[in-house]
Design a protein around this ligand. Sequence first.
Ligand code: SF4
Length: 228
Amino acid sequence: MELVRYSRIDEGLKREFLLLQGTGCKWRKCTFCDYYADVSTEPFAVNKPILESVTGIYHTLDIINSGSAMEFDEKTIALIAETVEKKGITDLWFEAHWMYRNELQAFSEHFPCRVHYRTGVESFNPELRMKWKKGIGRDVTPDMIRAYFDGVCLLVGLKGQTKEDIITSVEIAEEYFDYYSVNLFCPNSSSEERDDELSRVFLTELVPLFRKSRKAEILIENTDLGVG
Ligand code: SF4
């Protein structure tokens, strides 16, 4: 099935949202992940028409790929920069793995606008992060992450996680970051399993609380932002 790669988000953080193709996640170790197949050595052919459909309506553009923004090819990076200029984009969001934290500043210089980064922290419980092979060490604090990233993605509903882990992670995200997503784990071909009872508690008790924050985006299905 053809992936949907463009969507417009008309509430909360209003923006155009693109799922582009990268050259492949260089980390590839997260135990819950099986979505790094959408790659190519020459993704530009896929990315060009999607970038050409950007209108600039909200002056904010959010671009994800199956991996990190630093894994885009040069032609895609150049066309993103051109699109920013032509469509009056003032704020550009990307996702990047923690291992790229020292490259973010140089990467931002490609684009004539404010550039924001989000990273998949998944949990602020270091033990869970280690278990999920997230590549963000035990000693890494929210302060250290905030020094590089404006937003984080959190993952909920996996076996081994607790309701308290979820609440604490959301409280930290709310305190430290401008934006965070809370993603319910969707069973996939990875080795991780969904905790159905925890997922039920999340959906019935926690989602109504978390939805009160203007910084939070609650994602129940992988396609909730209109792409995928
Ligand atoms: S979650 Fe992101 S960083 Fe981790 S393996 Fe998947 S694509 Fe790579």
